[in-house]
Design a binder for this molecule. Structure first.
Ligand SMILES: [Zn+2]
Length: 358
C-alpha cells in the first residue's frame, strides 16, 4: 500500500520534502531548506531511502542536500538544466531525472512545470501512484508547461491558496509602477529574475542584469527544449541589450539583482543603497521572515507586488482537472490557504495531517 508523508512543506511555505513509499521502495521528493528562518525538514527516524528526486533547483527544494548521509547517501536525480545551474556539487553531479523511465525500480514520468529553469512535475508509480507538482505555474513567456497526468493521489503547489489574480494583470501593474526607472527588482536569478527582465525589455525601460542572472540566461541558451520558442528568441535579445549591473556602480535603469530578499547576491549590496538613495525598490516574491525585504516592506520603505511563479486559482483548477486525484495534499500553504483550497475544490479528500496512505 503506497504511503506519503510530508517531512516539510505542509502547513508552511517550506521546506519541500516528502517521503513516498511505493512498490516496496522509499523515495524522497526534494530536500529543501527555508525559505523562512533556514528551516529544515524533520528527518528524525526516516532512515535510509532509495533515491532523492529533485523537482527544481531553488533552495527551499534542494537546500538541505548536505543531509544525504543521514539518509544512507542515496543517488540524487535532477533534470539537466537544474544540474547545469547548480552550485552544490551534489546536485551538479546528480543522475538524470528521466522524462519517462525507472528510478530505483519505480516508474517515473516527468513534465515541464514552468516556474524555473528545468523545473518538473513528476508522476511516480503510474496512474495508481502519486503526482508531485513541485513548484509549478502557468506557462510564462519563458518557461513552457506540459499537461500533468492522471494519478490517484496528488501533492500540489498551493503556495498562493486560491489567488484570483493572473500574471497578465500583475505584469501591467508592475510595469506601471516601474515607469521609466530607475528601480531595483531583487529576484531569484534562476527563475523570476529573467521573466521580469524580459517583461521590462519588451515594455521599453532599459534593463541591467547582475552577473548571476546573466549567467542563468547564458546557461539556458543551451537548453532550448526547456524554453518556449518566443522565450528563446527573447532571451537572445535580452543578452544583447541588457547592460551589466555592478553592485557598486550607478543606480540606473531597471536593475534585476539576484537575491530575492536582499539577503544574498547583488541585491544584498544594492538593496541598502537603493533605500538610502530613495530609488524605488519592489519585491515580487515570498518575503522571508526576518529578511531585509520583510523589514523594509513592513516599514513602508519598499513595496511588494505580485508576480505569480506559483499557480493562481485558474491554474490550480486546470491542474486538478488534468490529474483528477481522489486524494490530495495542499503543499507549501499555511493552514488558512490550505483550508481555502480544500473549500474551493470539495470533490477531493484533502489531507489535514500531511499524510496519505492508499
Ligand atoms: Zn521554486
Amino acid at each position: 500500500m503506497p504511503e506519503l508523508a510530508a517531512l516539510g512543506g505542509f502547513d508552511a511555505k517550506g521546506p519541500a520534502c516528502f517521503l513516498l513509499e511505493i512498490d516496496g521502495r522509499r523515495l524522497l521528493l526534494d530536500l529543501g531548506q527555508g525559505p523562512d528562518g533556514g528551516r529544515r525538514p524533520d528527518l528524525e527516524g526516516v532512515g535510509p531511502v532509495d533515491a532523492i528526486l529533485v523537482s527544481h533547483g531553488h533552495g527551499d527544494h534542494v537546500g538541505a542536500l548536505d543531509l544525504v548521509e543521514r539518509l544512507g547517501n542515496p543517488p540524487i536525480h535532477a533534470t539537466a538544466p537544474v544540474r547545469a545551474l547548480a552550485a552544490d556539487p551534489r546536485l551538479r553531479d546528480a543522475h538524470d531525472l528521466p522524462r519517462d523511465g525507472m528510478v530505483a525500480g519505480v516508474r517515473i514520468e516527468t513534465g515541464r512545470a514552468g516556474h524555473a529553469p528545468g523545473a518538473v512535475w513528476m508522476r511516480l508509480g503510474g496512474p495508481g501512484g502519486l503526482l508531485y507538482s513541485g513548484d509549478f505555474a502557468a506557462a510564462s513567456r519563458l518557461f513552457p508547461v506540459d499537461p500533468m497526468r492522471h494519478a490517484q493521489v496528488a501533492v500540489l503547489d498551493c503556495s498562493y491558496g486560491v489567488l484570483p489574480e493572473a500574471l497578465d494583470s500583475q505584469t501591467r501593474a508592475l510595469l506601471a509602477a516601474i515607469g521609466a526607472g530607475p528601480c531595483l527588482l531583487p529576484a531569484p536569478p534562476a527563475g523570476r529574475g529573467l521573466e521580469l527582465a524580459l517583461a521590462c525589455l519588451e515594455a521599453g525601460p532599459s534593463v541591467r542584469l547582475c552577473d548571476q542572472t546573466r549567467h542563468t540566461a547564458e546557461v539556458l541558451r543551451g537548453f532550448g527544449d526547456w524554453l518556449t520558442p518566443p522565450g528563446a528568441k527573447a532571451l537572445e535579445r535580452l543578452l544583447h541589450h541588457a547592460g551589466p549591473l555592478d553592485p557598486e556602480g550607478p543606480l540606473a535603469d531597471v536593475m534585476i539583482a539576484g537575491g530575492p530578499n536582499c539577503g544574498s547576491g547583488a541585491a544584498q549590496v544594492l538593496g541598502p543603497r537603493a533605500i538610502a538613495a530613495g530609488v524605488p525598490l519592489i519585491f515580487t516574491g515570498h518575503l522571508s521572515q526576518g529578511s531585509p525585504a520583510a523589514g523594509w516592506v513592513a516599514e513602508g520603505r519598499a513595496r511588494r507586488m505580485g508576480w505569480n511563479v506559483h499557480p493562481d486559482r485558474a491554474t490550480l483548477s486546470r491542474a486538478l482537472e488534468q490529474v483528477r486525484p481522489t486524494r490530495a495534499l495542499a503543499g507549501f500553504a499555511p493552514p488558512d490557504r490550505r483550508r481555502a483550497v480544500a473549500a474551493a475544490f470539495p470533490g477531493i479528500r484533502w489531507s489535514d495531517d500531511g499524510r496519505i496512505a492508499w
